[in-house]
Design a binder for this molecule. Structure first.
Ligand code: SF4
Length: 305
């Protein structure tokens, strides 16, 4: 392995498989309801954003179903991680958040949670609440979407937050040192150039961030980007280009950063392009990245000799 993967980190720490359980707790997003902006990020699928489209299943139902499924499928499971994934998972009054998080944290088999959110939706009382779970559970993560360190691109994709909000959220979060932070980046956003990817990696490296997720830009149906792509306004990276950029970014990232993800997929019925972001091609993408790491290592050896 050329990097420290999240799965390996968990395996080493807990002596076996820790399975993530994705939860849709019925949150919405302030970048769509007019609080921060309307319409959402231009890459984000709007169709699913309707109270009616959201899951009717309770948090407990989702957790129990997933636990039963994974326990049957994998014999070596040592525990679970509740992943509050859908939309902005800190976007509710703190009492409501406590109620939802408590439901997940009461299961003994759950060793912690990962909360996906925007960096501009984490007031102090929410961070204080999240920190309370670190007393009993060892893996409490917040995942902040930055996507890029280029403020112009952030504006163009209608993120409705800047780089400063991200830095501020990270620094305020780390005043509670037991909360771990994962940052999300997208490689290939329109307007971003090579130097922006490197700048994003450098920014991550300069902050107290524990983990990273890197996704290639892929266009899904019912998004602003679908229209832009069809008008020929967006050029997508090839798999090879993506792999090279990702490996270049690792030259600037801390060696011990925990890598939660290095690619991203969408199912056939949702994906417009590129074709290499289909789930069945995920291993191919990871292999391309690995190949690129191998080439770099071989080159380094050549230099040393
Ligand atoms: S990507 Fe996240 S922040 Fe952007 S619109 Fe979608 S749910 Fe909201």
């Amino acid at each position: 392995m050329y990097y420290r993967s999240f799965n390996n980190y968990l395996k080493q720490k807990y002596g076996g498989r820790i399975q993530k359980i994705s939860i849709d707790a019925g949150f919405t997003c302030p970048n769509r309801d007019g609080t921060k902006a309307s319409g959402g990020c231009t890459f984000c699928n709007n169709v699913a954003f309707s109270p009616y489209a959201m899951t009717k299943q309770t948090v407990e139902d989702q957790i129990e179903k997933a636990m039963n499924f994974y326990k049957k499928r994998f014999k070596n499971i040592k525990g679970f991680l509740a992943y509050f994934q859908a939309y902005t998972n800190t976007y509710a009054p703190v009492e409501k958040l406590k109620e939802l998080y408590d439901k997940a944290m009461e299961y003994e088999d759950i060793i912690g949670m990962s909360i996906g959110t925007r960096p501009d939706v984490v007031p102090e009382e929410v961070l204080d609440l999240i920190a309370t779970y670190t007393v009993e559970k060892p893996e409490i993560w917040i995942e902040y979407g930055l996507q890029t360190a280029n403020p112009k691109t952030l504006r163009n994709i209608n993120r409705a937050h800047g780089v400063a909000e991200f830095v501020d959220a990270v620094l305020r979060t780390k005043k509670r040192p037991n909360i771990k932070i994962c940052a999300h980046l997208i490689v290939g956003l329109p307007g971003d150039e090579y130097e922006d990817y490197i700048e994003s990696a450098k920014l991550i490296a300069s902050l107290p961030i524990d983990g990273i997720k890197i996704h290639p830009l892929h266009i899904v149906r019912h998004t602003v980007m679908e229209k832009q792509y069809k008008k020929g306004e967006i050029r997508l990276l090839s798999m090879k280009e993506y792999a090279k950029i990702v490996v270049d970014m690792f030259d600037y990232l801390p060696e011990d950063i925990i890598v939660h993800r290095l690619t991203g997929e969408a199912p056939e019925e949702e994906l417009i392009a590129p074709n290499w972001c289909l789930p069945q091609r995920k291993q191919e993408v990871l292999k391309a990245i690995e190949e690129e790491f191998k080439i770099r290592q071989a080159n380094k050896k050549l230099v040393i000799v």
